[in-house]
Design a protein around this ligand. Structure first.
Ligand SMILES: Cc1cn([C@H]2C[C@H](O)[C@@H](COP(=O)(O)OP(=O)(O)O[C@H]3O[C@@H](C)C(=O)[C@@H](O)[C@H]3O)O2)c(=O)[nH]c1=O
Length: 186
C-alpha cells in the first residue's frame, strides 16, 4: 500500500497494489486493515458514490456538506481521467485557502483522501469519465453547498476551456463570500 503525503498535511494519495496477469489485474481498492498497517487510519465510510461525466471539461464542484453532516471522501477514477481537487476551508488552518490537485486515472489507480473541512471538485480530462468515492457521512441536501470552481486560484489543467457545469455550480458563491462552517482542530 503506497501512501504519499501532499502539500496539505491531512490530504494524502493512496495507491493500492495491482496484481496483473494475462487477464488484466486484481486490486483491493479499499482495505482498512492494510491501510492501518501502513499508518493511515480513516473514519468509517457510510456511502459510496459513482458518477459519469460525458464531456471532457466537465467540472463538478467545489462541494461540501456542513456539520453535522460533513463528509470525508476517498476518491478514485473508475474510467478515463480526471483532475481532482481539495481546498482547505478550515478556519484557522495553517493551510487555509490552499488547494491540492491530483490527476486520478483508471490507469494510475491513484486515490485521494480528502477529510471533512475541504471543498471537493474535479474536472474531467477525457470524455466518458467515471468517478467513484467513499463518504464518511450520508447525503444531506439541507447541508449541501458549493463554492465557484474558478474562485479559489486553482490551476485547472484545461485552462481556457468553457467547462460543462450544473446550474447549481454555475450559481455558486465565490470563496471570498464563503462563510466557512469548518474549523481547524489541529
Ligand atoms: C451528492 C448526491 C446527490 N444526489 C442527487 C441529487 C441530485 O438530484 C443528483 C445530482 O446531484 P449533484 O448535482 O449534487 O451531483 P454532483 O455535482 O456530482 O455532486 C457531487 O460532486 C462531487 C464533486 C462531490 O464531492 C460530491 O459530494 C457531490 O457533491 O443526485 C443524491 O441522491 N445523493 C448524493 O449523495
Amino acid at each position: 500500500m503506497d501512501i504519499t503525503p501532499t502539500s496539505i498535511k491531512d490530504v494524502v494519495v493512496i495507491v493500492p497494489p495491482r496484481f496483473g496477469d494475462h487477464r488484466g489485474f486484481f486490486s483491493e481498492s479499499w482495505n482498512r486493515a492494510k491501510l492501518e498497517a501502513a499508518g493511515l487510519s480513516l473514519p468509517e465510510f457510510v456511502q459510496d458514490n459513482h458518477s459519469l461525466s460525458r464531456e471532457i471539461g466537465t467540472v463538478r464542484g467545489l462541494h461540501f456538506q456542513s456539520p453535522p453532516h460533513a463528509q470525508g471522501k476517498l476518491v478514485r477514477c473508475g474510467r478515463g481521467r480526471l483532475f481532482d481537487v481539495a481546498v482547505d476551508v478550515r478556519r484557522g488552518s495553517p493551510t487555509f485557502g490552499n488547494w491540492v490537485g491530483e490527476e486520478l486515472t483508471f490507469e494510475n489507480g491513484k486515490q485521494l483522501w480528502i477529510p471533512a473541512g475541504f471543498l471537493h471538485g474535479f474536472m474531467t480530462l477525457e470524455a466518458d469519465t467515471e468517478i467513484v468515492y467513499k463518504c464518511t457521512d450520508g447525503y444531506a441536501p439541507d447541508c449541501d453547498g458549493a463554492v465557484r470552481w474558478d474562485s479559489c486560484g486553482i490551476e485547472w489543467p484545461l485552462d481556457g476551456i468553457t467547462p460543462v457545469l450544473s446550474g447549481k455550480d454555475e450559481a455558486a458563491q465565490t470563496l471570498d463570500a464563503f462563510d466557512t462552517p469548518f474549523s481547524y482542530e489541529g
